[in-house]
Design a protein around this ligand. Structure first.
Ligand SMILES: C[S@@+](CC[C@H](N)C(=O)[O-])C[C@H]1O[C@@H](n2cnc3c(N)ncnc32)[C@H](O)[C@@H]1O
Length: 305
């Protein structure tokens, strides 16, 4: 148990992320109160971790129900594939898994580190949106496609910063939650997709494509290459792809190598190569540009096609 705690604290991730990792990896049925005691008994490997251990224990003590919900939500989605599963089988299974996860907790199912709390989720969404704005990714004359939109948190947060926002997801329950959350936003459309390709969209129909924590499932299903090809097709020139987390293989080296290969094959240029600019989330951020234009762009410039 102590080695699991140490592994979950290996980098400088915030306490919420450590709690989410513990819920995901332990899966032993241990209660939050008991785990908090073990966390407090853990000797920090470096002195500065002492405060973080205290914070982790505090979160566990204050949120015992949430810890159980995180464990159940995480367990609903299996991050491995069976030998006899085809790529399409994996996509179908993931759609059902995310239906089940969203039924347990919509907020935890899109980000475990939210601890199932809407305010925490909004804070991280805000951090990610602020980063996208810093990169000049947003623009009120631009159209954006969000692949794997989940409960529609980015559709809500980005609707004022884009001309048109389209969110797609394989999970019918995610789409039904997203539809409800975005019902009042006239420039937002969310719809269920096959998860196999983007053939429902015309060539060059979006300025930007966003994929937050969705590519790990495309990689798992063997769909990453096909989606890179499709993203390159639906993007205008210039166009931008923000890809937050490429895989859950635990190797930034491998992720960078794959993205570099895919980018080259589909005429995309890597602008941000797997940085972790967020305080409340441990996602690796990649930003790619397609055709012409350089980033960052001049603030306030008009439609860039
Ligand atoms: C961890 S959630 C993230 C949701 C959202 N991007 C967010 O950050 O709030 C991953 C989402 O990707 C969706 N997904 C998985 N495979 C997909 C595919 N092939 N095409 C579209 N969506 C997919 C899941 O249904 C799930 O809603």
């Amino acid at each position: 148990m102590r080695s699991a705690i140490e592994a979950c604290m290996e980098d400088s991730a915030c306490a919420e992320v450590v709690v989410a990792r513990l819920a995901l990896y332990l899966q032993t049925g241990i209660g939050a109160a008991e785990l908090a005691e073990i966390v407090l008994d853990t000797i920090p490997s470096v002195p500065r971790d002492a405060d973080r251990l205290q914070e982790v224990a505090g979160l566990l003590r204050r949120n015992p129900g949430a810890f159980a919900i995180l464990g159940a939500t995480g367990a609903a989605v299996r991050h491995a594939r069976d030998e006899d599963e085809t790529d399409a089988d994996v996509v179908t299974r993931l759609a059902s898994s995310f239906d089940a996860a969203a039924a347990i907790s919509g907020t935890a199912s899109v980000q475990l580190a939210s601890l199932g709390d809407e305010d925490r989720l909004s804070a991280t969404t805000g951090e990610i949106v602020a980063w996208l704005k810093e990169q000049d990714f947003t623009g009120t004359s631009r159209d954006i496609l969000d692949i794997g939109c989940g409960i529609g948190r980015f559709e809500g947060a980005l609707s004022n910063s884009f001309n048109r926002v389209v969110g797609i997801d394989i999970s019918s329950r995610m789409i039904s939650i997203a539809s409800e959350r975005c019902a009042a936003l006239s420039n937002v459309e969310v719809r269920q997709t096959s998860g196999l390709d983007l053939t429902e969209f015309d060539d060059r129909s979006f300025d930007c494509v966003l994929a937050v924590d969705c590519f790990p499932y495309l990689v798992l299903a063997g769909m990453a290459e096909r989606h890179f090809e499709e993203i390159a097709r639906v993007l205008r020139r210039p166009g931008w792809l923000a890809l937050l987390n490429y895989s859950y293989r635990g190797s930034l080296f491998l992720d960078r190598a794959d993205i570099s290969r895919l980018a080259e094959a589909h005429q995309l240029r890597v602008v941000v190569n797997g940085e972790n600019p967020f305080r409340s989330w441990d996602g690796d951020a990649f930003l790619l540009a397609h055709g012409g234009g350089t980033l960052p762009l001049a603030a306030g410039s008009d439609r860039r096609r």
